[in-house]
Design a binder for this molecule. Structure first.
Ligand code: IPD
Length: 248
C-alpha cells in the first residue's frame, strides 16, 4: 500500500467512526472513576475503525479501548483513539474528535484527526504535507513565547498535587495565552494549522496525541516525544518551532 492509500483508509475509518458516534446517546456513560469516564461511544466507534483497518491493512493496531491487535514489534502500527474528548462529548461540549495515526519505526508518520462537529478533517503525511478539508495547512510563524498560544491539558491520571500544579503554573507564565480544550488530538491539530503555537502534556496516553503529532510534523513543526514508565503514556511537546518550545 502507498502512503496515500493508508491516508484514504484512515479517513474512511474516521468517517465510519463519526457516523457511529452521531447515533450514540450523549449521556451513555458506562463508568466514572477518579478524573476519567468511560462512555459506550468509545467502544462502538473503535469497533467500526478496527473493522476497516484490520481488514484492509497489514499493520498491527493499538487502540485506547482494546489495546494491541497484532504484533507491535518494529514500531510500525496504527494508533487509534476512537473518541478523544470523551467528557466533552458526553456534556455536549463541541470539542471532540476521532484520532487515527500511523507510526513508523516508533515515530509519527501519518495522522487523521476528524472533528465531526465542525466537519473538519485534518490529514497529514510527514514529508508530503498537511491539510484541513484538503486545503494545505502550516504551523504558525510565531517564534516568541510572549506572543504564543499554548495548548495543554491535565491527563486523567494526573495526581493534581501541589507540586505538579505549581510546575504547571510556572510553565504557562511565559506564554501570551493558554488553552485547555479537553482534547489533546484536536489541540495538536490546531497547532498544526496555526490556530495555536505550542502544545505540552506530561503523562498523556499515546493514542491521545499520535495523530496530532504526525499532523504537526507534516505541517512543518517540531515534535518531542518521550515514553514514560506507565505503558503507552508519554511526555509530548510539540509546536511551530524550536524557539517556542525552548525550556518548556
Ligand atoms: C482526554 C483528552 C484530554 C487529556 C486527557 C485525555 P479522552 O482523552 O485527550 O485532552 O488531557 O488526559 O484522557 O479520555 O477524552 O479520550
Amino acid at each position: 500500500m502507498t502512503p496515500n492509500d493508508d491516508l484514504v483508509l484512515a479517513v474512511q475509518a474516521a468517517r465510519i467512526a463519526a457516523g457511529i458516534l452521531q447515533e450514540v446517546p450523549r449521556d451513555d456513560i458506562v463508568s466514572s472513576e477518579g478524573h476519567d469516564i468511560k462512555h459506550s461511544a468509545d467502544k462502538k466507534a473503535e469497533q467500526g475503525i478496527l473493522e476497516v483497518l484490520l481488514k484492509n491493512s497489514p499493520y498491527p493496531v493499538l487502540t485506547e479501548e482494546s489495546g494491541e491487535h497484532g504484533a507491535l514489534n518494529d514500531g510500525t502500527m496504527w494508533i487509534v483513539d476512537p473518541l478523544d474528548g470523551t467528557l466533552n462529548f458526553s456534556r455536549g461540549l463541541p470539542m471532540t474528535c476521532v484520532s487515527i495515526a500511523l507510526w513508523k519505526e516508533g515515530q509519527p508518520y501519518l495522522g487523521v484527526v476528524y472533528d465531526f462537529i465542525l466537519e473538519e478533517m485534518f490529514t497529514g503525511i510527514v514529508g508530503q504535507g498537511a491539510w484541513v478539508n484538503n486545503v494545505e495547512i502550516k504551523v504558525s510563524a510565531v517564534n516568541q513565547k510572549k506572543k504564543a498560544v499554548l495548548m495543554t491539558g491535565v491527563p486523567s491520571l494526573s495526581d493534581f498535587s501541589q507540586e505538579r500544579l505549581t510546575r504547571f503554573a510556572r510553565q504557562i507564565q511565559a506564554f501570551k495565552k493558554v488553552r485547555l480544550l479537553g482534547t489533546a488530538a484536536l489541540s495538536l491539530a490546531y497547532v498544526a494549522c496555526g490556530r495555536a503555537d505550542a502544545y505540552k502534556e506530561d503523562g498523556i496516553m499515546i493514542w491521545d496525541v499520535a495523530a496530532g503529532a504526525a499532523l504537526i510534523k507534516a505541517a512543518g513543526g517540531v515534535v518531542k516525544f518521550e515514553p514514560k514508565k506507565r505503558k503507552w503514556s508519554c511526555l509530548m511537546i510539540a509546536g511551530a518551532n524550536e524557539d517556542i518550545l525552548e525550556g518548556i
